[in-house]
Design a protein. Sequence first.
Length: 160
Amino acid sequence: MMHHPRPATKQDMPRVLELIKELAVFEKEPEAVEITLSDLEHDGFGEQPKFKCFIVEVKNKVEGLALVYPRYSTWKGKTLHLEDLIVSKTSRSKGLGTMLLDAVVKYGHSIGVKRISWEVLDWNESAIAFYEKKGANVMRDWDVVQLDENGIKNYLGNIN
């Protein structure tokens, strides 16, 4: 039995971490996950939550999640960033991704954001097709720019 998405609780975080690790394997970066269970519990459920997470369950097991956090656009104002939308490999093609995206869009609309944005790997063609079918604009002329922890240290070491 499938349930409608609901906001995640602290008790859901162990399974959320499992799904994050499953995604990292799928994206061919299994070693990249540094986040811990206590990070998720503290950052999502502390005094100032850094993110909101929606989950969907099948047979009382969390099989999908969507994790979002607020951003601000100098052009648009209040926006929402969808960091990850993950459906467990065993539960794909059952409509869970659509249910989670619906929950994110409803939430974004309810808090008055002007835009919801996210990234997708350029080789993940099924995800790209899914998002485009939903009316999203996949902006192929933009590149993601990041400074990792080492990059930040090196950067700081090179200024006065």
